[in-house]
Design a protein around this ligand. Structure first.
Ligand code: SF4
Length: 248
């Protein structure tokens, strides 16, 4: 069970103040705020009011609940889940996963040692079975351009399941709400960023710790993806930009 509070955790307002003078802040304003002003104002208000202390955080979207899976569904997990020893063959601070990008061939061959216990491999395969896109998340700027903006502008993503730092929950939820993406967020249990300076270093790729999802949360994420399994699941992904999309 995740702790109810994290000492020193900043609120959404503090995070926004920190970000104002940084590229992410003005890019969010230009790419989302200016194009969708009303929706962004509502999203900031709603995100600030969310209770982010539970085992997972549900981010609502207007209208009825959307079943997860198929077109418009996205699974996103932090790059910091990648293994350190032995290291991920794709490198660390990037959107790449050599295993998922070589399906179905990779699944039929011997699984490389770093990939065996890698959560990215497990959730990527489950995402594919659910017909969902898969995204290895890196910087806030990339997440803005790869997920929030396409969702807000063109409805590319409508429902999402994500694993990230609890510290980022509210700013992340604000982007999802502005994009109209209904989602559930699970926090990392260990190795996560818990203050702005640490978060900022990780946002630039300086992340010496490997994060982990608590076993009960890993199981609920697994269950949510299994529940969304498609009758005829896609066999492979195609990478478009930084995101892996299922190919029929
Ligand atoms: S499965 Fe994990 S370790 Fe293997 S290539 Fe993908 S991200 Fe790297």
């Amino acid at each position: 069970m995740a702790p109810a509070t994290i000492p020193g955790r900043d609120g959404l307002a503090t995070f926004c103040l920190h970000s104002l003078l940084r590229e992410y802040g003005w890019l969010f304003f230009r790419r989302i705020g200016l194009r969708h002003p009303l929706r962004t104002a509502r999203a900031m208000r709603a995100a600030g009011a969310l209770d982010d202390s539970g085992a997972a955080l549900d981010v609502p979207a207007p209208g009825p609940a959307r079943p997860f899976g198929g077109p418009g569904a996205l699974v996103g997990v932090g790059f910091c889940l990648k293994p350190l020893e032995p290291p991920c063959p794709s490198g660390r601070f990037n959107h790449d996963c050599a295993f998922l990008e070589s399906l179905p061939r990779a699944a039929a061959a011997e699984i490389p040692a770093p990939c065996r216990a890698c959560a990215i491999r497990e959730f990527g395969l489950l995402a594919l079975r659910a017909g969902a896109a898969f995204y290895v998340m890196t910087s806030a700027k990339d997440i803005l351009l790869d997920v929030f903006a396409p969702a807000a502008d063109a409805g590319v993503f409508r429902a999402g399941l994500f694993a990230l730092c609890r510290y980022s929950f509210k700013p992340f939820a604000a982007g999802l709400l502005a994009g109209g993406v209904q989602a559930r967020l699970w926090p990392f249990e260990t190795g996560d960023c818990r203050d702005y300076p640490t978060w900022l270093r990780a946002d630039r790729g300086d992340k010496p710790d490997r994060t982990e999802i608590a076993p009960p949360n890993r199981q609920t994420l697994r269950d949510a993806l299994r529940d969304a399994s498609q009758a005829t699941p896609p066999a492979r992904f195609q990478k478009r930009g930084h995101v892996l999309f299922p190919l029929p």
